[in-house]
Design a protein around this ligand. Structure first.
Ligand code: PPE
Length: 303
């Protein structure tokens, strides 16, 4: 990863290489932390804006609630810390990673009365999946089911399930995994939501299908409807995915990434389809500050 200068850590800015924690932190042993992934974009007027900061902070607070972690900062304070961290590092575009985790006091599975650490790091992160369009493979690892894990929450430990899937796919020569839910319907990628296109209509798994309620997913649903496409949240079988006209992943890190192949079957023509292209362009226009209608999604950093 590309280093920046400072990381905000428990109330102060510390140089990147000095942002260290105790090896007996509870979160390190049991995955008891919550995090977010957010992006800031350079807008057309040269300023920098965080995309949907409000929604990301809201999800962070909700994730903490799922873990019964009392968050040491208010929503307003969290937003302020994020903005200050970008300013302090004088970045034009960046990925933003806030993380709150149980710290060092006691080990054991009683996660109570533990100190909560909080840090915000920002750095340049380019193409997440490394390619224009990706080859994906359905995972043998089933997405955490609703009664084994609250997938709505971005809790650190939950990502081990995602990493099993991601590593399996990559080791088999694919770019990314697609995970099914306990019933066998398409859920999501390890770190992305998924859409398919059938003619002029977008289909995506509903929120009850063991997925993270993606903020990019939500933006894409709104933008697609605005562009006149139909959007339906529905269970998707893997056979239906194989025969889709187009498919793509969405996520803060992945943005809108076309899926060219699934399980060695070309999706449509096996290249970026026209609907995906149109959604990508619109998403870029919005994050670039070119759509007044979605101005409220942007938090500007520099005066
Ligand atoms: N599903 C999962 C499981 C997920 O982790 C993400 C974000 C999404 C869907 C898309 O959600 P949203 O970013 O709100 O549109 N994954 C984050 C972490 C990626 C990582 O490798 O770390 C991200 O994209 O920042």
């Amino acid at each position: 990863m590309e280093k920046s200068e400072y990381i905000w850590f428990n109330g102060k800015f510390v140089p990147w290489d000095e942002a260290k924690t105790h090896v007996l932190d509870h979160g390190l042993h049991y995955g008891t932390g919550v995090f977010e992934g957010i992006r800031a974009y350079k807008t057309h007027d040269g300023n920098t804006a965080v995309f949907r900061l409000e929604e990301h902070v809201e999800r962070l607070v909700k994730s903490a609630k799922a873990l019964r972690m009392s968050f040491p900062y208010s929503r307003e304070e969290i937003k302020g810390i994020i903005v200050e961290t970008i300013r302090k590092n004088r970045l034009e575009e960046c990925y933003i990673r806030p993380l709150a985790w149980y710290g060092y006091r006691e080990l054991g599975l009683r996660a109570r009365d533990l100190p909560v650490n909080f840090m915000v790091a920002v750095w340049k992160w380019g193409k997440y999946l490394g390619k224009e369009g990706v080859r994906a493979k359905i995972s043998t690892w089933v997405r955490n089911s609703p009664n084994s894990f609250p997938n709505e929450a971005k809790i650190c430990g939950g990502y081990v399930n995602a990493i099993f899937a991601s590593e399996e796919a990559r080791n088999a020569g694919y770019d990314e995994a697609i995970m099914l839910d306990l019933r066998g319907f398409i859920a999501e990628g390890p770190g992305e939501n998924l859409f398919i296109v059938e003619k002029e209509r977008l289909l995506t798994p509903p929120l009850y299908v063991s997925i993270l309620p993606g903020i990019t997913r939500d933006a894409v649903i709104i933008l697609a409807q605005d562009l006149g496409y139909g959007v339906m949240e529905t269970d998707i079988t893997r056979g239906r995915l194989y025969n889709a006209d187009e498919a793509f992943f969405t996520g803060t890190a992945a943005e809108v990434t076309p899926i060219y192949e699934v399980d060695d079957r070309k999706i449509g023509e096996g290249k970026t389809g026209p609907v995906t292209k149109r959604i990508q362009e619109e998403f870029l226009a919005v994050t670039g500050g070119k759509r007044e209608k979605y101005g409220q999604w942007l938090t500007y950093i520099y005066k």
